[in-house]
Write a protein that binds this ligand. Sequence first.
Ligand SMILES: [Zn+2]
Length: 614
Amino acid sequence: MTKSFLFICTLLSLNQIKADGDYHYYVDLTSVKNDKLTIKLTPPDLTDNETIFMFPAMVPGTYDVYDFGRFISNFKVEGKDGKTITVEILDKNSYKLSPANAIKEISYDVEDTWDTEIKEKIVFEPGGTNIEEGKNFSLNTHGFFGYFKNKLETNFILEVTKPQGFYASTSLTDLKNGEAKDVLTVFNYHNLVDSPIMYSKPDTTSIQIGKSQILISVYSPNKIVTSNFIARNLKELLLAQADYLGGELPIDKYAFLFYFADKASLSGASGALEHSYSSFYFLPEADTADLAQEIRDVSAHEFFHIVTPLSIHSKEIGEFDFNNPIMSKHLWLYEGLTEYAAHHMQVKSGLIEYDTFFNVLVNKMQNARENYNDTVPFTIMSKYALDKYKKEYTNVYEKGALIGMCLDVMLRYYSAGKYGTQDLMKDLAKQYGKTKSFNDDDLFNDIEKLTYKEIRNFLDNHVAGSKPLPYKDIFTMVGLNYIDKKIEEKITLGGISVGYNPKTNHLVVVNTSKLDGFGKKLKFKEEDEILTFNNRKLTLDNMKEILGGFIQTAKVGDKLVIEVLRLDKKGKEGIKTLKAKVKLVKVTETDIIDIDSNATEQQLLARKMWLGIN
Ligand SMILES: [Zn+2]
């Protein structure tokens, strides 16, 4: 920004020539070639004859092995005084170099993961890298910068040359901003990986929550989403989060980095990745009411990771090995309790109604049951989530969160409302903390000491054991009725799923896989565009009134006539009339939760303290 700053830069550039204890990395964002960036490194002092230079196989929070070395090419090593350095490729991520003490400079090209040609093992975008010349550079630092084996605990200094008007959004605080060049310093490799940096033309908003300063940075290619919109959306949420965490946010500074994509992602997914002082989001660029709630849900989740695993974790995570990652047994804690808290906080603070919260729980119950293997003990699934149980991993967001819900309810019940999972988290964070890891095998003992024997039994049977979660018993503790399955005879719309075609303004049958007896009589087909329903034109605006009205007032034997637009075998469009007499259909409903009006004092108290409702 100022001339004095440029002077500091010059000094740093001079220093690079002399090797010292630090890594000096150089990146020029103004010279993208073939969608690649060239990275140069002047290494720290290396005294051994031989060294291994590595890129991470995996990084914390992703629970997937990505081998970031796959995206590196043109790897070159220059020796001091023209000396030759021997380079031996050990595996996808590692290079053996000798003599190490004669290395002057390493250079290599990095291709970004977001639009790579390497189609196997696609990197989940929030943990990947983006090189979009002149527009956006998403530096998830582990994808660009490597390390020497056993030499992670030393300064990393990044000199980044940037396009005019570009701004570095990051939680890193040792950052010298220049007009054309920034210098960032991080004190070790773990913290470098923990600190993504997003470069783009700035759209940032800063908000203050108590003593915490929060940066919101947005890249939205078509300017559909703004940092201002997100800041307004998140402020209320962060205030509720502070309240939930006991009055204050446990950080001085935090950065939310948002990339909004205007095309589908390579992985097909969207989402976010957490870090200690920031989180990185990859979300679709859309202007919808749903997006606001999605941003809240995802942000609440990532932000709650400040509690776990960032402040409560086992050795596998605390002493994370980037190239030989070992999994912990306790994903139910790191991901499950985080996901639970993200939703529970919203109902407790009144941001959502309790029936919305129940819907979230019911969806998770159904997903966990229909899409995952419920007989694998959760601790075992977690331990082998990188290999044997890879397909079960995402159940941490479903059953994992439900384990959190069960624990919270039980704690409220046995403590006469006084103690819940957030109190337990606080006690565990006091006992362990950011720099002190627990032993995987000690966690249940430590939780038992802080709580009740019943909690220990629950953990043994339903988390380490293969017994299904005891929903009925759990909901009874807080005066709620729970019915696992109910079969009723009902009037239905045939069991179709309906979507909307904005081009024709028609409702469309999108799924007929669950057609019931009535739907089969009507002979719905997928892609039928519904024109009229009992002679009334059907639109998005009147669908609730017309379809809801039919369900409520139709009687067995009434006639239903539906006109649809359908393509025939030759692809020609024509109107078809579907007709059937209304009949009752057996419908199975699962996971029904409602308020028990005969709840006892103890149940009422536990419910009030759990959800804030009477
Ligand atoms: Zn998470």
